[in-house]
Design a protein around this ligand. Structure first.
Ligand SMILES: Nc1ncnc2c1ncn2[C@@H]1O[C@H](COP(=O)(O)OP(=O)(O)O)[C@@H](O)[C@H]1O
Ligand SMILES: [Mg+2]
Length: 310
């Protein structure tokens, strides 16, 4: 692998304090080049803070983050973006009045710029550049299934579609690392399934390293190669989805089990039949198809899962 092929993210002993709150405490993990890595955790676990550190919106109190072998410590957000790190936000950050294509084209800012003066006078190179970024935006729209709505104003589109516009805009910048902050929060089950398919497609087509933060257990474990589980700013488990499902700390946090206790507090929810606890069986049968195994998470007091809309 050459240096430019290295799309790995290495987070080493990152701590973040906010006026007395330790939002992140000694976080270390590696998202391998070209893998889908998920950081899973409840609300308030520190997931968005981690993204803000990686993308340069916040500065860590201590610790380091390296992308492609280079430290990002002290770098401003625009420089980190130029190195190939792109992100989406937990809440939609689109211009609702502008078209899907215009919003995605905003992500092409990294492409060769002909300069303000040449753009103002309509210089041929500025027209070429405009055509190239239009073309790039249109290709990214196609990749996430938005070709039929290119000219529609974003604000009029369903929430799940707008989230795809954000992903396409991030991809337009040709990232090597794509940070997705809770891409399925507040979505219906159908929208969640569609988003999982989109992320797989994007990953397969581009080879981008994906760092996904989520609190939807089924979605995260179904998509990720590796998972890091956060709780109150600390890592409580790490490994493959299979290892995570069997991890005692994960089971205790998500299923709230202890010796002699029932697996679930909710009587209508069947117990897992396999020796390895699974969350999918819970989520499909529980009352509102909650995102994750909400009902029995007794130990994560601040856990506030978002119910999927049905
Ligand atoms: N800018 C900030 N100032 C003060 N506290 C913050 C700030 N951002 C996050 N926090 C606190 O840090 C903790 C982790 O928040 P966050 O990273 O948003 O969690 P998550 O994304 O997992 O829900 C919370 O207690 C939150 O209130
Ligand atoms: Mg968050």
């Amino acid at each position: 692998m050459t240096a430019t092929d290295d799309r790995s993210l290495v987070v080493t002993d990152v701590c973040v304090n906010f006026a007395g709150i330790r939002a992140l405490d000694g976080i270390s993990f590696t998202a391998q080049s070209g893998q889908v890595h998920c950081v899973l955790g409840p609300n308030g676990a520190g997931k968005s803070t981690l993204f803000n550190i990686i993308s340069g919106f916040y500065t860590a109190t201590s610790g380091d983050v390296c992308y492609g072998g280079r430290s990002l410590r002290g770098m401003r957000a625009h420089r980190i973006a130029r190195m190939g790190v792109a992100r989406t936000f937990q809440n939609l950050e689109l211009s609702g009045a502008e078209s899907v294509l215009d919003n995605i084209q905003l992500g092409c800012y990294q492409d060769e710029s002909p300069g303000v003066l040449r753009t103002c006078v309509g210089w041929p190179s500025s027209r070429r550049s405009e055509r190239a970024s239009r073309q790039r935006a249109s290709e990214m729209a196609g990749l996430v299934g938005l070709t039929s709505v290119l000219s529609r104003p974003c604000g009029r589109l369903p929430y799940g579609v707008q989230k795809r516009v954000e992903i396409a805009r991030a991809l337009a910048a040709r990232p090597g690392l794509l940070l997705l902050d809770e891409p399925v929060a507040g979505m219906t089950s159908d929208e969640v399934d569609a988003m999982a398919a989109v992320i797989r497609e994007v990953h397969d087509a581009t080879g981008v390293t994906v760092l996904l933060i989520e609190h939807d257990v089924d979605f995260a474990l179904g998509l990720a190669d590796e998972v890091t589980v956060l709780d109150f700013g600390k890592i409580i488990a790490g490994g493959t989805p299979r290892e995570i499902r069997a991890h005692p700390a994960f089971i205790a946090a998500y299923l709230g089990t202890g010796p002699g206790e029932p697996v679930l507090a909710e009587p209508s929810v069947p117990e897992p039949t396999e020796s390895e606890p699974t969350c999918s069986s819970l989520a499909t049968s529980s009352t509102a198809r909650l995102s994750g195994c909400l009902s029995a998470s007794s130990q994560w007091g601040s856990f506030s899962f978002t119910a999927r809309r049905t």
